[in-house]
Ligand binder design. Structure first.
Ligand SMILES: Cc1cc2nc3c(=O)[nH]c(=O)nc-3n(C[C@H](O)[C@H](O)[C@H](O)COP(=O)(O)OP(=O)(O)OC[C@H]3O[C@@H](n4cnc5c(N)ncnc54)[C@H](O)[C@@H]3O)c2cc1C
Length: 456
């Protein structure tokens, strides 16, 4: 039997491993990006973006996580939802352990964060006194400089086990053919009895078009729209000692909207995430090279109902507008300027206590780009978070726009992530059932397990 896996991110790689270990199927993994060790984003060394296509930040072996700092959230309560996978939290925990063991085997650091209950409870109490929920959980941090090497060892072992990889190869279309499928690139056709579609957020929009054509059911969910916030690393130190990437959640007083912090990078760097028609921001932290700043995302949840439900389109239009206002670059603004409604300039930014780690940005006015409701939510949230992350609402805190998390198209699936089209499985962030490396990997294993069972 032929299994085709679209996407060599954590979902695709962990699916390939399970299939290689437990079946005699021919497994081919296709990715439009490069091998992990050849992915070199110039912005990670703070050079100008060379606008490679597809962007090395999110495409290639290892997926979007390969050049990230690899914060592994080792709890079923971060990065996904056991209910949406028809599983109990304990079941998911067992899969998470397996994923963690694999990363450890290939060289992830043995240090674990978020294990001191007394400190965690203290932080929980402090946050809830201000109407903020602190979500705790164990975390491991691989580090941006280590993650590509860990991925490369995993990749080489998969190849030794007989998994075939095709990099720099983009699947354009998927068609049904009898009980199986044909996936086509511009010049080649791949026959498959089973497909696991794991194209990540970068390929989610593309896959949605294919899914509609194939008659795969889907539902619209929310997206998270917001900014990346950067401040002196000393401000975050007391929290970092308790949990490396602490997650905070609150409902704004003004709109009663959910806002959350996401992907905190102590002593990290803000980076660009470039797509064909817009640019967004993200952040990462390195194990060996440290900046004087810490960054995190502040994201406001958007759900749309009748007559417009397509949150992806809405989010994309916000990203395009922000890119236009930034002249093709992310917009950068001091918190003081955002809160008081004035544009930032390099002269005003020079008065900040910190220097931006992403220089390839345009000083401007984020309120010209993001909807008023989101800007209000962001300003209010930063002011409230100041009670927990003391100093984050300082005048010279830097705000970059936009950062948008697209995982709104959700496919109703079985407990093995099979869609309503038999033998077509989805996994990872593009499935709408994961939002991070570990959960993406778990969904990959679950999908592979579904194929293993079919052969029994
Ligand atoms: C800068 C950055 C930092 C991050 N940091 C963290 C972190 O610290 N911790 C964490 O948990 N998460 C982090 N994330 C998110 C995490 O990387 C993703 O949640 C995770 O990688 C999703 O895994 P996936 O396998 O679903 O998809 P991806 O990792 O996105 O992989 C999908 C792959 O599919 C390929 N692809 C897409 N379409 C096609 C096509 N048509 N044909 C062929 N190939 C295709 C892409 O090239 C890509 O390599 C970060 C993301 C970014 C961008």
């Amino acid at each position: 039997m032929d299994v085709l896996i679209i996407g060599a991110g954590p979902a695709g790689m962990f699916a390939a491993e399970k299939l290689a270990d437990e079946t005699n199927h021919t497994i081919t993994v296709i990715d439009m990006g490069k091998e992990s060790v050849n992915r070199k984003c110039s912005t990670l060394s703070r050079d100008m973006c060379t606008k490679c296509e597809p962007c090395d930040i999110y495409a290639g072996v290892g997926g979007a996580g390969a050049l990230s700092d690899g914060k592994l959230n080792l709890t079923p309560h971060i990065g996904g939802d056991p209910d949406s996978l028809h599983r109990s939290a304990d079941e998911i925990r067992r899969y998470i352990q397996k994923v963690d063991e694999t990363f450890l085997k290939y060289g992830a650091d043995t240090d674990i964060f978020g294990v001191n209950d007394d400190d965690l409870n203290l932080l929980k109490r402090k946050a809830s006194a201000h109407g903020i929920e602190f979500i705790s959980g164990k975390q491991r941090h691989m580090g941006s400089d280590k993650t590509p090497l860990i991925i490369d060892k995993f990749y080489k072992e998969l190849k030794q086990k007989g998994v075939k990889f095709r990099t720099q190869t983009k699947i354009e279309t998927i068609e049904r053919s009898g009980e199986g499928f044909i996936a086509r690139t511009e010049g080649e056709a791949f026959k498959a009895d089973f497909i696991i579609a794991a194209p990540g957020r970068a390929g989610a929009y593309w896959f949605r078009t294919q899914a509609r054509k194939l008659g795969i059911d889907n539902k619209y969910g929310p997206i998270d729209v917001g900014v990346r916030v950067e401040f002196p690393s000393t401000i975050y130190e007391p929290i970092e000692e308790i949990m490396y990437d602490a997650k905070f959640k609150l409902y704004t007083y003004t709109y009663d909207d959910l806002v959350r912090t996401f992907c905190t990078n102590p002593c990290g760097f803000v980076t660009e995430e470039r797509y064909p028609d817009f640019v967004m921001v993200n952040g990462h932290a390195k194990k060996d090279e440290k900046s004087e700043n810490t960054n995190l995302a502040i994201l406001s949840r958007i759900e749309l109902t009748d007559p417009v439900e397509d949150t992806t389109e809405y989010g994309r239009s916000i990203a395009r507008l922000a890119t236009t206002i930034g002249g093709g670059k992310p917009i950068l603004q001091r918190f003081k300027d955002l809160a008081t409604g004035q544009r930032s300039t390099w002269t005003r930014l020079a008065r900040c206590q910190i220097a931006p780690t992403l220089r390839n940005a345009t000083p401007g006015d984020i309120s010209m780009a993001l909807p008023h409701r989101i800007v209000t939510n962001i300003v209010e949230s930063i002011e409230r978070l100041d009670n927990v992350i003391e100093g984050i609402a300082s005048d010279s805190t830097l705000i970059y726009a936009s950062e948008i998390k697209f995982y709104d198209t959700k496919y109703p699936v079985t407990e093995h992530l099979e869609t309503n089209i038999p033998n077509l499985f989805v996994a990872g962030d593009a499935s709408g059932h994961s939002r991070g490396i570990v959960y993406a990997a778990v969904t990959g294993i679950l999908a592979a397990e579904g194929i293993v069972h079919k052969g029994e």
